[in-house]
Design a protein around this ligand. Structure first.
Ligand SMILES: Cc1cc2nc3c(=O)[nH]c(=O)nc-3n(C[C@H](O)[C@H](O)[C@H](O)COP(=O)(O)O)c2cc1C
Length: 354
């Protein structure tokens, strides 16, 4: 099929960003994005989380919040797709406008606030694609008005265990007031204890991996505390990172002052630094997914050398279109070959001093 993106790009950029996003989801649902992606370079295959990934490049949470187009995302050439954030009850999110393009900074600011169709609808969609190939994780959260946020996560985990290839607990969105307090030591430990107790068949080979997604705005003490809990409670992986509430000082775009989480290029260095530090303090014993500002194969490679086994992206896709995925994979394979690595797993953490 022909690549429609170069034709559609100027139109999408002329539209309000949230409308452009809805149109993109509609196009993907209608089959307009489907293309037979060429096979991935063999050096990009890796086995982690009990699954084999054809390549380590994933779609980050927030693009397909309600699991409407997971298979279309995979068909674009991603090695895996993370859908969500999903909350137990459907939720409209914050008032519009709530998504801003910062074109001069290659960045976005969003304060969407977990708009999604809710747990039952999303579970139905995942159930309908059961048996299809392709790795799909679900990112779960709590409703804004929930009286018991921990119970919301437990509900999500119980519902999606077995339906998803992994479940991520998102305690790092800046757009639900108070949510990030769940990253504090005792709150996080309680949450993870409750989730682990709820995990069906904890010893079975098919148990669903549980991942944690953290903010980039954490100090060293907070990272040490989180690392301790991750190791003690055997969390299967950590996604580093969500959007930042800081980093506004050097932005050039007129929307730079908007409230919400900042993603894209200005997030790259700070999220990579946190990734590197987390890899260091956990001595490479925890699976890490690096996300934040990836826009090229060299960026993906830097995340991998900083400790990430897998990576994800979102913002760069809105600026560069789906052709980016193929370029990242080709350039990443070239970086690995140049440095003498025959498989991506060999490069993980090689840029981190121990
Ligand atoms: C519009 C938008 C919505 C997002 N929604 C979510 C979300 O629902 N849950 C989540 O965990 N992360 C969400 N994120 C954060 C991304 O998953 C990712 O962590 C962040 O954007 C950094 O990656 P990037 O710089 O490649 O965009 C969202 C990001 C954007 C831009």
């Amino acid at each position: 099929m022909v690549d429609l993106y170069p034709l559609a790009a100027p139109l999408l950029r002329a539209l309000k960003p949230e409308f452009a996003h809805s149109l993109t989801i509609w196009a993907l649902k209608s089959g307009l994005g489907a293309r037979a992606a060429p096979p991935d370079p063999p050096s990009l295959t890796l086995s982690v989380l009990g699954r084999t990934f054809a390549n380590p490049i994933g779609m980050a949470a927030g693009f397909d919040k309600s699991a409407q187009v997971a298979d279309a995302i995979l068909a674009m050439g991603f090695g895996f797709a993370e859908v969500g954030t999903v909350t137990p009850k459907p939720q409209a999110g914050n008032p519009k406008p709530r998504l801003f393009r910062l074109s001069q900074d290659h960045a976005l600011i969003n304060r969407l606030g977990f708009n999604n169709d809710g747990l039952e609808v999303v579970a139905g969609r995942l159930d309908a694609r059961r048996g299809r190939s392709g790795i799909v994780g679900v990112n779960i959260g709590a409703n804004r008005d929930s009286a018991d946020r921990v119970a919301d996560y437990v509900m999500g985990f119980e519902r999606f265990a077995g339906l998803a290839d992994y479940v991520t607990i998102n305690v790092s969105s800046p757009n639900t007031p108070g949510l990030r307090a769940l990253q504090d030591k005792s709150a996080l430990d309680d949450l993870v204890e409750r989730l682990m107790a709820a995990r069906p068949e904890p010893e079975s080979a098919r148990r669903t991996p549980l991942l944690l997604k953290i903010a980039p705005d954490l100090d060293d003490q907070a990272l040490d505390d989180i690392a301790e809990i991750v190791l003690a409670r055997h969390i299967d992986g950590v996604i580093i990172s969500n959007t930042t509430i800081g980093r506004r000082d050097r932005l050039r775009s007129r929307h730079g002052h908007e409230q919400g989480g900042l993603s894209g290029t200005p997030l790259f260095q700070m999220s990579t630094q946190i990734l590197r530090r987390f890899h260091q303090i956990t001595e490479g014993r925890v699976l890490l997914i690096g996300v934040g500002g990836i826009g090229s194969g060299a960026d993906a490679y830097e995340k991998i050398r900083s400790g990430a086994s897998l990576v994800q992206l979102y913002s760069a896709l809105t600026y560069q279109g789906p052709g980016l995925i193929k370029r990242i994979k080709q350039d990443l394979a070239a970086c690995l070959a140049r440095d003498g690595f025959s498989h991506v797993a060999e490069a993980v953490g090689t840029g981190v001093e121990r």
